[in-house]
Design a protein around this ligand. Structure first.
Ligand code: ZN
Length: 147
């Protein structure tokens, strides 16, 4: 395991409003406010869910949608730098009225009914960068490089 040290910085608490795109509103906020590293948690409800499932053998993302009103049981993830730009990596688990769950890797296209979000900003001298990893086909953290 490679590890990189950060200090905890600001804690930002926000509300994403009805009709906003969950992924894009987090991404836009981080870009506008130069939030380069953070841990993110969210709770609330959506009117439409869009997510990816990553096929590890095919090394590709499979898009899925649920056009239903769902509770956000957990939206969790992080912000780090991809190509020098703040990049949200977020996963989401939602439930329907029977308590059935569905989830995956959050993508643009998820429409918010209401959402409470909290950012735990991380501060460090060098950024937390992502780079393409050919073994997994994913853009992974480059922890410990450039320190
Ligand atoms: Zn993911």
């Amino acid at each position: 395991m490679k590890v990189q040290e950060f200090k905890t910085g600001k804690v930002l608490v926000g509300r994403i409003e009805l009709g906003e795109d969950l992924y894009q509103s987090i991404e836009e906020y981080c870009i506008k406010n130069n939030i380069r590293q953070a841990w993110v948690n969210g709770l609330g409800a959506v009117t439409h869910l869009a997510y990816f499932y990553y096929d590890q053998l095919e090394k590709k993302y499979i898009q899925a949608h649920v056009d239903e009103r769902l509770e956000i049981l957990s939206c969790i993830g992080n912000i780090s730098l991809k190509d020098g730009k703040p990049f949200p990596h977020l996963h989401i688990v939602c439930s329907d009225r029977k308590g059935g769950t569905v989830g995956g890797h959050l993508t643009p296209g998820t429409k918010v009914f209401a959402c409470e979000v909290i950012f735990f900003v991380l501060e460090g001298a060098s950024g937390l960068n992502r780079a393409f990893d050919s073994q997994t086909g994913l853009n992974l953290w480059q922890c410990g490089l450039g320190q």
